[in-house]
Design a protein around this ligand. Structure first.
Ligand SMILES: [Zn+2]
Length: 382
């Protein structure tokens, strides 16, 4: 099967993160087995989702991982003009949810399997497919835990997130947090007797903004990233029952996107210190049963692969370009990197189309990815 036919099959599986990905995984397993490629499935606790890990070639030395996530973001409420879980070709573009992010790459990797098997390789090639990337890079963690145990940890990893086939060596890390402010309700006519959770949440959000502005300091900036500094953002807030009741509860979610060499936890600690020293004492002076709780929702580390690494050299050879860039979105790359597997991000399509209605990958980009993988096969022949 060529990459377009494979993409058509992959798009047909609704692998929105809230759904199971097992049908897609079973299809890939069967496809690989038909080619005598053994693979391993690593299930979640509920056995409703799985990662897949396959090895082509000798497994007695470090290899190259071709990695992608199988889940896609929801299409709910998006005005699609084509059926999202069916591949539609129109004007040189292939439409469907996940065409760019990132089943196009997975289709090309699978299409390259016969070529990878045709001649001996000087190092093995692994195919690693994960679940629940779009909801915080959750699935890949159990796969990485397995990889860490192996006698021959992979030498490098190529994650095919859509970069228009430009080699990407870096992205920011992200930490998503929730803050619950628990105050005390009372009739608003006696507001000072209550503890207004919304107003104290507002103090915390204001402080978060002030901490965020300190991250813009010129000496902290890295011009390879856009924006060139770490950012902080409050994205959700909820609280209160009625205007005439002092609100007992307020919850807000915020995120910190850090340059790879900066520490998101340090930002959270600053906010927690402020909460503990400046806010909680005021709340508890009125009512001792009040307080503030922080919960981590998700996180992934940033990625900053050395331009002079083997991973960078190999991807430059495969892409025919050594103009390395960075991207604004996150990937599983930081997690691979964190266990010592140098990682680059390079795949077909553009994130301009990712997560949007009428997502597409161009036929040209898909063919370009096929060529990139052909060059990889050539580079790995002994
Ligand atoms: Zn993605």
């Amino acid at each position: 099967m060529n990459s377009k036919a494979l993409l058509s099959t992959l798009i047909g599986f609704d692998t929105t993160s809230r759904e199971s990905n097992l049908q897609l995984i079973a299809f890939v397993r069967d496809y690989l087995n038909e080619h005598q490629v053994p693979c391993e499935l690593i299930f979640n606790d509920e056995r409703s989702k799985a990662n897949l890990f396959a090895t082509i070639g000798v497994d007695d030395r470090p290899g190259v991982v071709l990695s992608g996530h199988t889940d896609v973001v929801p299409v709910d409420g998006q005005p699609w003009s084509v059926p999202p879980f069916e591949l539609t070709e129109r004007g040189g573009k292939l439409y469907g949810r996940g065409t760019a992010d990132m089943k196009g790459y997975i289709a090309c990797v699978l299409a390259a399997v016969p070529a990878l098997l045709a001649e001996p390789l000087r190092m093995p090639v692994h195919i690693a497919l994960s679940y629940d990337e779009e909801v915080g890079c959750l699935g890949v963690r159990s796969l990485l835990a397995e990889l860490e145990q192996r006698p021959h940890k992979p030498a490098l990893c190529i994650i095919g997130e859509p970069t228009e086939l430009k080699p990407v060596l870096g992205h920011k890390g992200k930490l998503a947090m929730r803050c619950d402010v628990h105050g005390a309700a009372c009739h608003s006519a006696y507001a000072p007797q209550g503890v207004n959770a919304i107003e104290y949440a507002a103090e915390l959000i204001g402080e978060l903004g002030r901490i965020g502005s300190t991250l813009r300091a010129v000496h902290l900036q890295d011009p390879r990233f856009d924006p060139p500094f770490s950012t902080v953002q409050t994205g959700m807030i909820g609280g209160g029952k009625a205007l005439n009741i002092v609100p007992a509860d307020c919850r807000f979610d915020f995120e910190i996107r850090t340059l790879p060499d900066q520490d998101a936890q340090a930002v959270v600690q600053q906010l927690q210190t402020y909460a503990r020293e400046q806010v909680v004492p005021k709340m508890q002076a009125v009512n001792a049963a009040t307080g503030i709780r922080f919960t981590e929702l998700s996180s992934y580390p940033g990625l900053a692969t050395d331009v002079h690494s083997e991973a960078a050299k190999l991807i430059a050879e495969c892409c025919g370009s050594s103009e390395f860039t960075t991207v604004a979105f996150g990937t599983e790359g930081g997690l691979f990197d964190a266990i010592g597997i140098p990682t680059v991000v390079c795949g077909p399509g553009s994130m301009d189309q990712g997560h949007k209605p009428d997502e597409f990958v161009s036929v040209e980009q898909l063919a370009g990815c096929d060529r990139m993988l052909e060059r990889l096969v050539a580079a790995l022949r002994s």
